[in-house]
Design a protein around this ligand. Sequence first.
Ligand code: NZQ
Ligand code: ZN
Length: 391
Amino acid sequence: MNDFVFSNSTKVYFGKNQLQNLPKEIKAYGDKVLLVYGGGSIKRMGLYDKVMQTLKEAGIEVYELAGIEPNPRHTSVNAGAKICRENGIQSVLGIGGGSCIDASKAIAAAACYEGDVWDLVEGKAPVESALAVFAMPTMASTGSEMDKGAVISNIERNEKKSLSCELIRPKASFLDPTNTFSVSAYQTACGGFDIMSHFLEMNYFTKDENYALQKGVIESILRTLVKYIPEAIENPNSYEARSNLLWAASWALNSFCTSGMKQAPSCHRMEHELSAFYDLTHGLGLAILYPKWMEYLLDKDETVAQDFADFGVRVFGLEESTNAKDGAVKSIEAMKKFLYEDLGLKSTLGACQIDDAKFDAMAENACGPNGINGYRSLDEEDVKAIYRMCL
Ligand code: NZQ
Ligand code: ZN
């Protein structure tokens, strides 16, 4: 293993009866908070009323920013930062999916900067300070509640980029599985595969060797996800299924499984272009890309075959194959069946009304100046070929 420093400072309150702990966490930073949420799911499920009552009873002054979009826009972040600056707010509470939590993190940083948040996202200006961030995820997906990243979209420029900085990692996150009961079957599937893909491409299919501990943990988590994503779709109010998914989501990017590894995603780089150009749901884009990326690599470079074959045996419970390539093909087929039959996700870009018109620009952006140097290196021609396979 490489040398590493492990640190994750987010305090996690997990379970059904943790809301009473929210005021004391917020009050440690001040008595004014900006509540950031999306298109109304938190009101429909009754969570908004409960949170407002809890905060108000504790004497916390609550400001609000509603309407955060899936794939949150930098313009919404700027609007939130302005509210914070004008009212001397000390902390930001994001309640919702990864989009609301990401927006909250970016608001927390932008509130301490006079210009446009896009300067911070692009690295034109450093994040020098940030308000305190608190998160209450209402779906199991991105892991934003325990990581230091925020993914923000600039729709006018067809750009979607990450802001990553220790200052925006949530101080405390509140993970109540019952808050995820109302997530639709479609979003459960998309969020569920997002979690799987975080483990697979950041921590599992990597060039790094000698990480038996992390890889064993990841295989166990992946098997858990393969069991519980369909169960949560089948029985949305299953506390057992929802709690396993929610905790797995946080583990994916909380730094434990990546300790010492070089994180180098491939499909995430390609997917962010789909969201940037077509506002596609993140987990759906990944589900379309992932099996095609595996097929492309296997065709180009058979050294991946054994890893892919092992994955099918250890995660999907396939029989061992005598030939690594056969095993790899069977693994990819098992993944396709899981995604497109068991979870019911679309399998092509064509089914999402996406054609090849923007592939050149998307591949250029995905690769940047240095290409994608993940599990296997990809250049623009590789990326375009994978996009074409998805049509
Ligand atoms: O807006 P509302 O009404 O809340 O509805 C949302 C939204 O329409 C709905 N939803 C959330 N919780 C619900 C619910 N509906 C019913 N009941 C509930 N309990 O779900 C829809 C999608 O929400 P969104 O926040 O967009 O989903 P997700 O959590 O998948 O977040 C996706 C965003 O996170 C970024 C993605 O790129 C995308 O922008 N990512 C962030 C990462 C990070 N911070 O580390 C890493 C990821 O790889 C990812 O890139
Ligand atoms: Zn993701």
